[in-house]
Ligand binder design. Structure first.
Ligand code: NAD
Length: 483
C-alpha cells in the first residue's frame, strides 16, 4: 500500500485540497424556526478524525429545544407549508439542489474534515448525490397524484428524522427531500460526530427562503434523538442507524400511532462465480467493502467466492489492495481515509481480533498508519466459517470476511444465513443466473456485476433486522404520505 515516501519520488505527489474552502467557523448552533442560535444542551467539540484536531464547537440542542422545534414544525405545517402549492414546494427543492451544487466544493471539504472520508468520495459521491436527491424529489412534488398513491395523496405532518455519521449530508438529503416534496415539515437530528454539513445545509435552506419552521436542524446526541422519538407532537419517525437503536425506537413508538421507517445495519454478501470477469469483480469487491472505509450499511462485507476461483480472486484482490493509498483524506489521491471516531475504531479492532481468536487468517497490505487520528488498514480474513463473529456481525469498517461455495444453491443459502437483509451483489456473466439468484436472495437491493451504486430514482431499504420502509425513488414518497 502506498503512502507518500520522499525517498521514492516515483509516486503520486501530494495533491491536497485546501481546507480554507470549508470556511469553518469557530462555533455552530442549532437551526430552529428559521433562526440560528445556540442550543441549550452541552457545548461539544467536533473533531477531525484524521488528526484528532478540534474543528469547531457545537452548542447542541436539548429536550426543550426539541419541544420548541416540534412546535415550530407544527405551526409551519398548519400555517405556511400546507398553503404552499405543490409547484411552489417544487421550486424550493430545486433551489436547494442548485445551492448544494454551488457550494459543493465547500460542502465536500467540510464533510471530509468532519467525517474522515477521502475528498474524492465526498466530492464525487456524497455531495452530487445529495443534490440529485433534491432535484429528483423536486420533480415529484407537483405530480404526487400520478405516483400511484391515490389521486390526492396527503402528507403525514411533522417528521422527526435521525441520521448516522457515515454519509452525513447525503442522509440528510435522503430524509428531507421526500418529506418536503410530499408536504411534511421536518425536525432533523444529525449524528453527534458529524454535524457540520447538516448545519451548513440549514444555512442553504435559510438562503433559499424556505418558510420558518419547515425544516429545523438540531445537532445533539442520543438523548436529543430520544426526545424527538418520544415527542407526542411528532407524527412520523424516520431513523437511519444501528439495528440496536432501531429496535429501541420501534418499541418506543409502538401503539403511539406514529408512522415509522427504519434503515438499519447490514451484512451483505458479494457473490463471485467462476465465470465472472475477475478483474472487474475485484474492483467491485474493493468498492463494496473499502469505499468510505467500510462505513456503509450496504457494504459487501461477506465475500462469497466460488471455490474453483478462490485462490485467483484472493491473489488479485491482494495485489489490488497494495495499490490503494491510505492517508490524508483531503489529498485528492487518497483512496482510504480515517475511521470516523475512537469508539468506532475500538469496535472495528475488537471484531477483527475476534476473527484472529476464532481461527480466521488475517491479511492487510503493508502500510504506514499515521501517528495521530483513527486508522485501520484494509483487512481481509480468509478461512472464515459462517459461525465466526466476523461473518455474522456488522463490523462497519474496512474488514472483509471471505467464505467459499460450490453451487449457486449453496451461495444462496450462505448469503441468506444472516439476520440482516439490506443488499447483495452477484458477479457472473450469465443473465439467467443473475435472475435465478436475485429471486432467491433476501435483500432489499441486489446489484449485478457492480456494487454500491446509489441513484435517487431507485428505492433503497431492507428486510428483517435491516429495517423496513424504502427511501429513494417513487417508493420513497410512500414513507411520507398518510395512508
Ligand atoms: P447509532 O444507531 O448509534 O446512531 C444513529 C443516530 O441515532 C445518531 O444520530 C444517534 O445520535 C442517534 N441515537 C442513538 N441512540 C438513540 C436513541 N436511543 N434514540 C434516538 N436516537 C438515538 O448508529 P451509528 O453508529 O451512528 O451509525 C451506524 C449504523 O447506521 C450502522 O449500523 C449502519 O449500518 C447504519 N446505517 C444504515 C443505513 C441504511 O440506510 N440502512 C445507512 C447508513 C447507516
Amino acid at each position: 500500500m502506498d503512502t507518500f515516501d520522499n525517498a521514492n519520488p516515483f509516486q503520486y505527489a501530494p495533491a491536497p485540497e485546501s481546507r480554507d474552502i470549508a470556511r469553518l467557523k469557530p462555533s455552530y448552533g442549532i437551526y430552529l424556526n428559521g433562526e440560528f442560535r445556540d442550543g441549550r444542551g452541552e457545548a461539544v467539540k467536533t473533531i477531525n478524525p484524521a488528526t484528532e484536531e478540534p474543528l469547531a464547537e457545537i452548542a447542541e440542542a436539548d429536550a426543550t429545544d426539541v419541544d420548541d422545534a416540534v412546535s415550530a414544525a407544527r405551526a409551519a405545517y398548519q400555517g405556511t407549508w400546507s398553503r404552499t402549492t405543490p409547484a411552489e414546494r417544487s421550486k424550493y427543492l430545486f433551489r436547494i439542489a442548485r445551492a448544494i451544487q454551488e457550494r459543493g466544493r465547500e460542502l465536500a471539504v467540510l464533510e471530509t474534515l468532519d467525517n474522515g472520508k477521502p475528498i474524492s468520495e465526498s466530492r464525487d459521491v456524497d455531495i452530487p448525490t445529495a443534490a440529485a436527491h433534491f432535484f429528483y424529489y423536486a420533480g415529484w412534488a407537483d405530480k404526487l397524484g400520478y405516483a400511484g398513491f391515490g389521486p390526492e395523496p396527503r402528507p403525514i405532518g411533522v417528521a422527526g428524522q435521525i441520521i448516522p455519521w457515515n454519509f452525513p449530508l447525503l442522509m440528510a438529503a435522503w430524509k428531507i427531500a421526500p418529506a418536503l416534496a410530499t408536504g411534511n415539515t421536518v425536525v432533523l437530528k444529525p449524528a453527534e460526530t458529524t454535524p457540520l454539513t447538516a448545519i451548513t445545509l440549514a444555512e442553504i435552506i435559510a438562503e433559499c427562503d424556505l418558510p420558518a419552521g419547515v425544516v429545523n436542524i438540531l445537532p445533539g446526541g442520543p438523548s436529543v434523538g430520544q426526545a424527538l422519538v418520544e415527542h407526542p407532537g411528532v407524527d412520523k419517525i424516520a431513523f437511519t442507524g444501528s439495528t440496536a437503536v432501531g429496535k429501541q425506537i420501534q418499541k418506543s413508538v409502538a401503539v403511539s400511532g406514529k408512522r415509522l421507517s427504519l434503515e438499519l445495519g447490514g451484512k451483505a454478501a458479494n457473490i463471485v462465480f467462476d465465470d465472472a470477469p475477475i478483474d472487474q469483480a475485484v474492483e467491485g469487491i474493493v468498492n463494496g467493502i473499502f469505499f468510505n472505509q467500510g462505513h456503509v450499511c450496504c457494504a459487501g462485507s461477506r465475500l462469497l467466492v466460488q471455490e474453483s476461483v478462490h485462490e485467483e480472486v484472493i491473489a488479485a484482490l491482494q495485489e489490488r489492495l497494495q495499490t490503494l493509498r491510505m492517508g490524508d483524506p483531503l489529498d485528492k489521491n487518497t483512496d482510504i481515509g480515517a475511521i470516523n471516531s475512537a469508539a468506532q475504531l475500538a469496535r472495528v479492532r475488537a471484531l477483527a481480533d475476534s476473527g484472529d481468536a476464532e481461527g480466521a487468517i488475517r491479511w492487510s497490505p503493508e502500510c504506514h498508519l499515521p501517528d495521530k487520528g483513527f486508522w485501520f488498514p484494509p483487512t481481509i480474513f480468509t478461512g472464515v466459517s459462517q459461525a465466526n463473529r466476523i461473518a455474522r456481525e456488522e463490523i462497519f469498517g474496512p474488514v472483509l470476511s471471505v467464505l467459499t461455495f460450490r453451487t449457486p444453491a449453496e451461495a444462496v443459502e450462505k448469503a441468506n444465513n444472516t439476520p440482516y437483509g439490506l443488499s447483495a451483489g452477484i458477479w457472473t456473466e450469465k443473465g439467467s443466473r443473475i435472475l435465478w439468484m436475485a429471486n432467491r436472495l433476501r435483500a432489499g437491493v441486489i446489484w449485478a456485476n457492480t456494487f454500491n451504486r446509489f441513484d435517487p430514482t431507485s428505492p433503497f431499504g431492507g428486510y428483517q433486522e435491516s429495517g423496513f420502509g424504502r427511501e429513494g425513488g417513487r417508493h420513497g414518497l410512500e414513507a411520507y404520505l398518510a395512508q
